[in-house]
Design a protein around this ligand. Sequence first.
Ligand SMILES: [Zn+2]
Length: 468
Amino acid sequence: MRLYNTLTKRKEEFVPLEEGKVKMYVCGPTVYNFIHIGNARPMIVFDTVRRYFEYKGYEVNYVSNFTDVDDKIIKKAIEEGISAQEVSERYIEECKKDMAGMNVKPATTHPKATEEISGMIEMIQGLIDKGYAYEKNGTVYYRTRKFQDYGKLSHKNLDDLRSGERSLLVTGQDEKEDSLDFVLWKPKKEGEPAWKSPWCDGRPGWHIECSEMAKKYLGEQIDIHAGGEDLVFPHHENEIAQSEAANGKEFAKYWMHNAFLNIDNRKMSKSLGNFRTVREISGQYDLQVLRFFMLSAHYRSPLNFSAELMQASKNGLERILTAVSNLNYLMDNAGKEELTEDEKEKLEQAGKYVNQFEEAMDDDFNTADALSSIFEIVKFANTTVNDESSKAYMRKLKEMTVKLADVLGLIVEKKEEMLDEDIEALILERQEARKAKNFARADEIRDELAEKGIILEDTREGVKWKRA
Ligand SMILES: [Zn+2]
């Protein structure tokens, strides 16, 4: 498996720190509003990376944070007359709903910055003790020039950065020793959430949050650190400076970044008013279509969101869904059970598309080519399956399609929703069966309902049910 490493600017063979395991940290959203489709791209891309590692047999420890203390959250809280915590909790919940809609798996851990403050204070103190940070009037700054490797991720030259920044120095910032020094801890302002610290009541800077959460949940060294390319500088550069100075070892081995998402060929921005939230999109399209769209381009290529491309994605997804549903229908009506010799040979031919899929994904997660391989299987199924085909043959082709689509997080087999009255009729039948001591039938009904995502609970007041 080869992946592009922003640190070395080339594709490298993936070698895990620990055999069979992947430790991965992905910077999560700041939760002050519904997530927009720019936030959705890294969520979908790196969820797919995770799924592919799992498909290859790796155990993935996937950590993605919620930044739940930030100026934007505080501003929103003041506007609405509620606490910052109420704002962040509300939008964490909403974000999780959107993630579920996009079939993004929950992370192994979703730490919240506000619950990790004591660890951040410890890390900052450690940096002060080592001379990498200093305090001025309650604010703690990172001493950037002390970290020799500063700029290694963004491939920026420190002197160029400094001369560019000098003119930006404004009053209040001159307490910094150097224009490139950045904030690790800052004093609270009136009405802001704050925590006690050795320096003042205040809150952490954004960069230190990720350094601490990565360390706490994954350790001092991780395999992959990922996020949108807008985070390379300064966020990820600063994370490296903090973590490597504090821990005394290389922080992340591979740095992965997804490219920008434009809307109708323009950058998404507040001033253009073209921000699109995932929630809005979900009113127009199934979010599976959004997921398909995001994966239809390589993650390092800029992607343009437009009605035409979404329609094309919708059609593409529909083609796979139709093929799978046709196979299901034909399987129900198949005359033969077992594979014929000819079918065995055909399956071997179809196997080459699985290899193509893996080759594409092994080459820096080329999801666009991986999707093409799935279409090849769909085409193969459409042209080789007929009334004479055996059930086993069709099942194999279906399993191949569903499995590869699942690696991309695409759900291509529609689970039919049961109507309430049908569920209740079955529950009644089950009770009758139990009364008649026909437990086999009663169990069968329970299993049938479970398969459709209906969970039964026997209570004193009778049987209750809910959708999983
Ligand atoms: Zn981060």
